[in-house]
Design a protein around this ligand. Sequence first.
Ligand code: AMP
Length: 300
Amino acid sequence: MSVLVVGSTALDSIKTPRAEAPRLLGGSASHAALAASFFAPVRLVGIVGRDFPGRYLALYRRRGIDLAGLQVAEGRTFHWAGEYEVNMNHRRTLRTELGVFERFQPQLPAAYRTTPFVLLANIAPALQHHVLDQMRWPRFVLADTMDLWLNTALPDLLRLLRRVDALVLNDGEARQLSGEDNLLAAARRIHRLGPAHVIIKKGEHGSLLSGPDGLFLCPAYPLARVVDPTGAGDSFAGGLMGYLARAGGNPRRHLRAAMLHGSVVASFCCEGFGVRRTTRVTRAEIARRVAELRRLARVD
Ligand code: AMP
């Protein structure tokens, strides 16, 4: 089964304490689509400008990503620049240039509208709504978001939460959205806003799922060296949805395994700048890390 991914398709300029790289392929939808493509066919909805390098389009295509929903418009591609501190959990946004995203109205190709798995990757909630309006009875909808939308588009986001099966957000965002400091209390409050499943990411400390089947604690794959964590959250969400689409059936039964797979794809994402490592990894390497993660978390 296929996954539809909508989100930002961007050029990222990233600076870490060790190195920097300009205008890499980035954006929430790019990271998520690449991650999902390991497991299932992916349909991408987004917009890029005429300056978007052809080699990046070729890269999507190499991963079998369907680009019928990717608009190429007059103007410049969304550009994001960020800088990490020595502690890479801390990141500063240096620049956000919306470019063609400013007037983006996603129009879904007819064939996309019945896609069963929908990932609303991080983008303005109004655009996430716009995509959802065009879908016919999706089986499972997961939304991602960021603090920017909590600060600038909260009413739209709250309306969106009533329309999705699952919300993924990081610990800080969960606290901000719920007004609760304790993450379990935060999850409980967020359930009341709509989503049956709430996934809270805690960076290198893993993530937690709260839902109708109770709680699940998902470990992060331990890495001795992080090169660039940009897109780790998007890779997590993409890997998770790709896995659910591949598993088919009732997503509830596969959510835990899906989170493990998302966690592993995110670990690969952190090992290279932009999508460099993610695009080179193999299914076999992913499977090996998933098996290792299962071993690391097992108690006899
Ligand atoms: P993450 O590291 O998971 O938070 O995601 C990083 C990605 O989010 C980068 O590739 C950026 O291009 C993208 N991004 C940054 N700011 C925004 C924004 N305001 N809207 C959509 N995507 C963004």
